[in-house]
Design a protein around this ligand. Structure first.
Ligand code: HAM
Length: 421
């Protein structure tokens, strides 16, 4: 029976005490996205497996080790999305968003699935807030994308935020770099893990991202892509830095960032927090100018990022940066006697229509127990309806914080509460 009351490893329920916090973060991110001209997109939770194999890349850890892939009843290979970019890019193409005014700016709040070793801030079902921009190739968009992410992190008061940027070049500079990498790793090829041995020919850049401690050690001293980027990529990177400098966005160039997904070109970036126990990287992103073509569209420049919502929440909780959030009722209506009980039903219905959140008892509690319940619910106001109140259409409205009471006509209750809230 235990199986029935235990959620699968690496998943989490977002119970009401938590969901208020999620909604707060989503409200903040939604508002900021709007101010940057980004609109929400919702794509399916699952896609054809091939989209991720082609998009995310078949030499990445995500595709090789972490995807939830299964055959559906029609025998098609389906994968629960491990991230949001591939689905957004597919929708951009399939739904002809490229035919609208360009660039197309999208954001999303989604659940993602990766078969990873669960720990604090690392789950198998996790959530991302992400943004993507299609159809603009200059570094101004890179800068705005980074500023959008920074704006969100600042507004959410995530402490100790550090922005690291790098350029990982285009296919032209990558070819030369790959040669240099193969030459470097040829000396220690036998010591690489089996996965990295297979990456050596196909995509040696991925070795730099391997989680195995032996491979990690072997990577120390490997050539850096930043030293190999072509003139165009270098100009793009310089352009980005100028925009960031001019906008007073502090950053650090970290030539070791390669990112864990294959679609990246040119600019890559990560925001880390110095807080302990939050898994460091709260946001990752970059340019991916080849992805749209890779999945069947015409060449289209693109850039985006995603933040791990669980990590954001951990950081906010550790730093105490969440505001006071409650969903407590504005009013509790207690009743004495059958007549008042019947009357209260329609009375409460009308109050709710006037925008007041109102609660009542359903368990035949005594008046004393009703008031105790009102307290537990955290109601801001309460009133008691008995025979007299129903007949005279007046009752005492009590402010539950101050204890103050005011006698008011029942038809003015909503107005009185709104004035005081
Ligand atoms: P990513 O770096 O794989 O990039 O993930 C982005 C963020 O999601 C990470 O920085 C982290 O905060 C969070 N995250 C990743 N895996 C987990 C996990 N297992 N548990 C909890 N949080 C996690 C992407 O997914 C790209 N699609 C980002 C992007 C958008 N690039 C361009 N556009």
């Amino acid at each position: 029976m235990r199986m029935l009351t235990k959620a699968p490893r690496g998943t989490n329920d977002i119970i009401p005490a938590e969901s208020v916090k999620w909604r707060y973060i989503e409200d903040v991110t939604g508002k900021i996205c709007k101010s940057y001209g980004f609109k929400e997109i919702r794509t399916p939770l699952f896609e054809h497996t091939e989209l991720f194999e082609r998009g995310v890349g078949d030499t990445t850890d995500v595709v090789q080790k972490e995807m939830y892939t299964f055959n559906d009843k029609g025998g098609r290979s389906i994968t629960l999305r491990p991230e949001g970019t591939a689905g957004a890019a597919r929708a951009y193409l399939e739904r002809n968003l490229y035919a609208e005014a360009q660039p197309t700016k999208l954001y999303y709040n989604i659940s993602c699935y990766r078969y990873e070793k669960p720990q604090a801030g690392r789950l198998r079902e996790f959530h991302q807030f992400g943004a993507e921009c299609y159809g603009a190739k200059g570094p101004a968009v890179d800068a705005e994308m980074i500023m959008l992410a920074e704006n969100v992190l600042t507004e959410l008061k995530i402490p100790g935020i550090k922005l690291n940027i790098n350029s990982i070049g285009c296919p032209t500079c990558r070819a030369e770099y790959n040669r240099a990498l193969r030459e470097y790793f040829s000396g220690c090829y036998d010591e690489l893990c089996d996965t990295c041995k297979s990456r050596y020919e196909k995509n040696p850049l991925r070795i730099l991202d391997c989680k195995s401690p032996v491979c990690k050690k072997l990577c120390e001293g490997a050539p850096m892509l930043l030293d190999y980027i072509c003139e165009e990529c270098s100009e793009h990177f310089e352009g980005l830095k100028k925009y960031l400098d001019a906008s007073h966005v502090p950053y650090n160039v970290d030539p070791t960032i390669v990112r864990g997904l294959d679609y990246y070109t040119k600019t890559v970036f990560e925001f880390k927090t110095t807080l302990e126990g939050t898994q460091g990287t709260v946001c990752g992103g970059g340019r991916y100018d080849g992805l749209i073509e890779e999945i069947g569209g015409s060449p289209t420049p693109a850039i985006g990022f995603a933040m791990g919502m669980e990590r954001i929440l951990l950081a906010m909780e550790a730093a105490g940066s969440l505001p006071e959030l409650d969903e407590n009722p504005d009013l509790f209506v207690a009743t004495i006697g059958g007549e008042a009980d019947i009357f209260s039903m329609n009375f409460i219905k009308n109050l709710r229509q006037e925008g007041i959140s109102a609660a009542r008892d359903y368990l035949d509690r005594s008046l004393k127990a009703q008031m105790k319940y009102a307290d537990k619910l955290g109601a801001r106001f309460s009133l008691v309806l008995g025979e007299t109140e129903v007949n005279e259409k007046r009752a005492k409205l009590k402010n539950m914080t101050t204890g103050e009471t005011k006698e008011i006509d029942l038809c003015d209750i909503a107005k009185a509460i709104k004035e005081e809230l």
